[in-house]
Design a protein around this ligand. Sequence first.
Ligand SMILES: CSC[C@H]1O[C@H](OP(=O)(O)O)[C@H](O)[C@@H]1O
Length: 346
Amino acid sequence: MAVSTIEWVDGRIRMIDQTLLPNEFKQIYCDDLPSVWEAIKSLRVRGAPAIGIAGALGAVLGIWNSTEKTYDAFATELKSATDYLATSRPTAVNLFWALDRITRTAQENSHLQISELKEVLLTEALEIIDEDKAMCRAIGQHGMALLNENDTILTHCNAGGLATSDYGTALAVMFSAHEAGKKIQVYADETRPLLQGARLTTWELMQAGIDVTLICDNMAAQVMKEGKIQCAIVGADRIAANGDTANKIGTYNVAILAEVHGIPFYVAAPTSTLDFALETGAEIPIEQRAAEEVTEGFGKLTAPKGVKVYSPAFDVTPAALVTAIITEKGVARAPYTDSLMALRDT
Ligand SMILES: CSC[C@H]1O[C@H](OP(=O)(O)O)[C@H](O)[C@@H]1O
């Protein structure tokens, strides 16, 4: 992804409005907290790492014009901003990881003048972006080693540059392999109801010159049965200590299908997506989204007006179905409780 998904520009947040892609590429500006909250909620900016960056920059934006003179009053204002941003979306742990990191940075620098403290918090948020760029590329390098010449990869939703600072997680593996001259092909699930695969993954891969074929979500079994797929690679929004992985709804389907067809199922995610506070995926909060996204959204249905809809935005793939977890620090394999902890501590 040559263009940064989200960045700080002269006291404002500039981001690609992903709800307009692929038909329109538009960068929008957020000048205040409500506009950042709305951008996260409505998936103008989306994807676990990108949501984390939006949270960090949003927290800084929330205190950027503070006139408080004491640390306690400033810290109260910062907490108000982080508490508010934390209500935007519940599943991607990166949001809470980033907000906690900004809060901790403020606490560690409480001795500074408020004007200096603001700059320190902005520097920390920009550091999160720089770290993400490096992490995504490291994930790409570790992941591409798992691919063979002429492999065809199935992916679900969008875990590309648009879901991160600029290079992606699952798609980083594909970008890195392609850039290293490895011939690969990709099958992208459309990913109902918001069609991140059809709208965003195909767009990113076509921009990169990577051979991509779009399929409906219900075609994944058939393409695996036809022997078209050598592995599946997806992103993650939160990974519990035992390796249970929350990702876009439909990921669990892909993992089961991969298992049945004897196809490796890889999760690609930075260690900031690991949540060791949760022993298993059963504790991961699953966002429920509005019925209109199914009946009136991108994947508009001709359903009867007022039809009841159930729309969990994520599902949890049991660790037993995950062949390996590709992180920026290396590849973890079962038993994940030990291997993920070991990676975290390297
Ligand atoms: C690299 S994390 C991307 C992850 O986030 C997506 O969810 P959403 O589009 O709702 O933010 C999806 O789960 C992707 O795998």
